[in-house]
Design a binder for this molecule. Sequence first.
Ligand code: ZN
Ligand code: ZN
Length: 227
Amino acid sequence: MSNDNLTAVLYGIEDLRLEQRPVPEIADDEVLLKMDSVGICGSDVHYLVHGRIGDFVLTKPMIIGHEASGIVAKVGKKVKNLVVGDRVACEPGVPCRYCEHCKSGQYNLCPDMIFCATPPYDGNLTRYYKHAADFCYKLPDHVTMEEGALLEPLSVGVHACRRAGVGLGSKVLVLGAGPIGLVTLLAAQAMGAEQVMITDLVQDRLDVAKELGATHTLLMNKNDSAE
Ligand SMILES: [Zn+2]
Ligand SMILES: [Zn+2]
């Protein structure tokens, strides 16, 4: 294994640096991943441009990136679900596992969540990254590493459609045709939606949505009134 661990570290607004970081040491229940593909999320861009998202403020250098896939390079002593060489997608938020939300299965609401690239926690736009083994999912052979990295944003669309109760014959409105809007469109179609209308301020994005199967597109204007 090489010691090259070139890493994208955000120091402040418009101050992103590439630097070498030590290869992380893993705990018994963790794996070391050789990262393959990492998406640049809107949140990464937000931290780069504004240095914060609401209450999450960048106060010290942070590694960006959380939409990721990699190959298992090392496994901790207690890891049973993965072996070296497995191709995996990362679920970027690791919860405490002990609070009421975690115990009731709604671990996404855990107040003590450690979420990649959300201050103060580092992300995974790096060569070597360690992660909880049970938050790494082995990819089937027909799923590419790039697709693996996109599972996290895709899950946002799946969650939105589940919450909205999308099913066979549903008519769905998706507001915004950025990446999250598009994965929501795809999820709605896969869940059986009959019609999906999608809106955006940019025609090019609507063209992509149309290619992906949106039945209706609507170009909005920033000056459109609330009515
Ligand atoms: Zn994201
Ligand atoms: Zn918890």
